[in-house]
Design a binder for this molecule. Structure first.
Ligand SMILES: Cc1ncc(COP(=O)(O)O)c(C=O)c1O
Length: 738
């Protein structure tokens, strides 16, 4: 009997419930694989351009490897190193032959062998070089990635790998990758080893300058230091040579292998070194229960033989050259750099135009699996067995995806150049092209409820664990972003900052109208730290030509951005909120800055502390609001200026869940909560509601509008205004306050 098939949504939901949330997988649920192709639970095929970070260099389910796995498992799989086995010797013999080194020490995951290398290097430092006890140091590169053990992340320079995992082991010193002078400066009499990746993989496939490894080898010899190379990812043909060090004709003293060594079937790694280093391990000094077990050894040996027999190293060199050439010949403003060796290439994208994650997600929708790294780089590392036609198809899909993100050409106008729509509209339903929108969102990475500045932060209303809240925030935010993107929006993502948990509420960062940014000035000291980051982000947008000017409110006034300044295009009116977070006088400042009419509304219910929590303008001039949040004068102004027939009144329940706080993209309305009644009301008026549930994040204040800032609002009048406004006698903007 075959097991019932798992539905994709269920599989994702289950994983999100029971798996530790330390990964953010693409929404693809894989079920089987053959060669370079993977199939999901719905039978959709994907080209694997990732190979599980090089672990699947042989392709999925390579027949020779699967046969060997089954044969050996049926014979004997695990014995421990308490006994000899017939499988281990031949495997390690092949490893030392290929590497030109003397002995190997097997383990399972790659990080385990990095740990072996660290121990070996320190022993060598004390016992051979004569470094004083406990003073040995290992020099590592900035931007390194060697795995995730606590010692290893302790010498990572990536803050997110380290945060709150300390205290870390001492004994590591950094240099700038690829800079031989920096390396020379980092070495001293206590240095036992230099540990580097010949090409930095996780850092974004960073290739050092030609000659760097050679110079590093020379330096290590002169200063009596071991050169240890981590080729967990770069080794075994990935770069078009068996090992990346061969590109420079050097030989390391120690070498770490992993990933592809297990043939895509098992975790197999090893540390390989000279006798001088390896003979410092005596029985009992190091070990690993699963290291070198007969199953791993048999599959590892077969994996090496397959690379040899199928000419996979040469194949990687040839197809890799083809891949790089095709990628370099793409004429796209999105691409900043293409770098790599063999079938291991990183394409660095301009984050001003597209996030690597968004491109990777869109490629998955087209049936190509790749992976982003460090926000801007997309990596291509297909199985070395990939067919050329499949590779070409994958590249074609990449080119088509880039086209979707390509900005329209810059037009010359009498004034400043205007960058029009961010990317071509995507067909969403029934072939109807949706308009594009440019939005800004701030990543939720450090969201938490750590202080109480509004009633939503009352634990009795959101009471879940901090971890659950953080996970719901991350998942909900990502889903919201995907929803916007599926509706044709392009999104500028602002990085999160530790210690600024509310940055995710991006609508408060500023209001942007006609490419002019009015920055926020926060009333609550807890949020004031966001101001500098917001300013820097908008300055970067300005430098990239996405906005023209940035202004700040006059001293002494408070203003919480688009949360309290809602543009109503159909009425040519800016609605402002005051009384809780923003100063009433901001009405005049905004009217002056944008030359528009303003209506200021007083907010009187502490639960609705920003205008956007209780007032939202829909594209056809309808206004969704929660009337009780406003003073009687404010209510009267809304009714007068909106026209009663245009008002949709939210229920207490909808308002409580911030349903009013919605974002409209054309007639699609994205909300994070909506009762059946509200959905029906929206549909009746010609809108299509899209509800993205944020779970506990909603209860702690998260909703669509407050997590989003529109960057592309314009005061240019529409052909038909609902209620035309007249300028006052002085010709300046009309200002009305409740
Ligand atoms: C260069 C390098 N070293 C070590 C590791 C750690 O390997 P593992 O995840 O198998 O522990 C990796 C994994 O990506 C790697 O790329």
């Amino acid at each position: 009997m075959t097991a019932p098939r798992m539905n994709a949504a269920k599989a994702i939901a289950l994983e999100q419930t029971v798996a530790a949330p330390n990964y953010a997988p693409l929404p693809v649920v894989l079920e089987s694989g053959q060669g370079e192709w993977l199939t999901d639970v719905d039978g959709r095929r994907y080209l694997d351009m990732m190979s599980a970070y090089s672990a699947v260099s042989h392709g999925h389910a390579h027949p020779r490897l699967v046969t060997k796995l089954v044969e050996q498992a049926q014979a004997v799989a695990v014995t421990s190193r308490a006994y000899h086995t017939a499988a281990l010797g031949p495997f390690l013999q092949k490893v030392v032959e290929l590497t030109g080194l003397d002995r190997a020490l097997p383990a399972s995951g790659g990080a385990e062998s990095v740990e072996t290398a660290i121990k070996a290097a320190r022993r060598w430092g004390y016992r051979v070089k004569g470094i004083a006890a406990d003073r040995a140091e290992i020099v590592v590169a900035r931007g390194n990635f060697h795995g995730r053990s606590s010692t290893i992340v302790g010498f990572s320079t990536e803050p997110s790998y380290r945060a709150d995992f300390g205290p870390f082991a001492p004994g590591f010193r950094h240099f700038d990758f690829g800079d031989i002078e920096s390396l020379a400066a980092a070495i001293d009499e206590n240095t036992c080893a230099v540990l580097i990746e010949p090409i930095q993989g996780e850092a974004g496939i960073v290739v050092p300058p030609d000659g760097f490894l050679r110079a590093a080898r020379k330096l290590c010899d002169e200063r009596r230091v071991l050169l240890i190379l981590d080729e967990v990812q770069s080794g075994l043909g990935r770069t078009g040579r068996w090992f990346a060090f061969q590109h420079e004709g050097v030989r390391p003293d120690g070498l770490i292998l992993g990933k592809a060594l297990g043939g895509g079937l098992l975790p197999v790694s090893c540390f390989v070194a000279t006798n001088e280093v390896m003979e410092l391990f005596e029985p009992g000094s190091h070990g690993s229960t699963f290291g070198g077990n007969p199953l791993a050894a048999a599959v590892g040996l077969e994996a090496l033989r397959v690379i040899e027999d199928e000419g996979l190293v040469a194949r990687s060199a040839a197809l890799g050259a083809h891949l790089v050439e095709r990628l370099r010949s793409i004429n796209s403003r999105l691409i900043r750099a293409v770098r790599g060796r063999g079938l291991w290439v990183g394409v660095d994208l301009d984050p001003a135009l597209a996030s690597a994650r968004a491109v990777v997600e869109r490629m998955a929708e087209r049936g190509v699996l790749t992976k982003d790294t460090h926000e801007t780089v997309i990596r291509f590392a297909p199985p070395l067995t990939i067919q050329r036609a499949a590779l070409d198809w994958g590249i074609d899909m990449f080119i088509e995806t880039l086209r979707e993100f390509e900005p329209a050409p810059v037009r010359d106008t009498d004034a400043a150049p205007v960058l029009v729509a961010a990317r071509a509209a995507r067909k969403v339903d029934a072939g109807a092209a949706k308009p594009t929108a440019r939005l800004m969102m701030s990543a939720p990475d450090f969201f938490e409820v750590s202080y109480r500045i509004n009633p939503w932060m009352d634990p009795s209303t959101w009471s879940v664990s901090a971890d659950r809240l953080a996970r719901d925030a991350r998942n909900g935010w990502a889903e919201l972003k995907r929803t916007y993107e599926a509706l044709g929006a392009s999104i500028e993502v602002q990085r999160a900052e530790r210690g600024l948990p509310d940055m995710v509420f991006t609508a408060n960062a500023a209001v942007v109208l006609d490419r002019k940014v009015m920055l926020a000035r926060f009333l609550c000291p807890e949020r004031q730290g966001e101001e500098g980051h917001n300013r820097a982000f908008f300055e970067a947008l300005c430098a990239r030509g996405l906005v023209d000017t940035i202004v700040a409110p006059p001293q002494g006034l408070y203003f919480e951005g688009a949360g309290d300044a809602i543009w109503d295009r159909s009425r040519g009116l800016l609605w402002t909120g005051y009384g809780q977070r923003s100063s009433r006088a901001m009405q005049d400042v905004l009217a002056e800055a944008y030359g528009v009419a303003t209506v200021a509304l007083e907010l009187v219910d502490p639960r609705f502390y920003h205008l956007d929590t209780c007032f939202c303008v829909l594209p056809r001039g309808d206004i969704l609001w929660f009337k009780a949040a406003f003073s009687p004068a404010g209510q009267a102004l809304v009714e007068e200026f909106a026209g009663r027939d245009k008002l949709i009144e939210a229920s207490e329940e909808d308002a409580h869940h911030l349903a009013v706080n919605s974002v409209s993209l054309g007639n699609d309305v994205v909300l994070c909560h909506a009762s059946e009644r509200l959905r029906a009301q929206l549909r009746e008026r010609g809108y299509q509601p899209h509800v993205v549930s944020l779970d506990s994040f909603n209860r702690s204040g998260g909703a669509a509008y407050c997590l989003t800032l529109r960057l592309d609002l314009s005061t240019r009048p529409e052909a038909q205004r609902v209620a035309p406004l007249v300028a006052d006698e002085a010709g300046s903007a009309l200002r009305i306050a409740a």
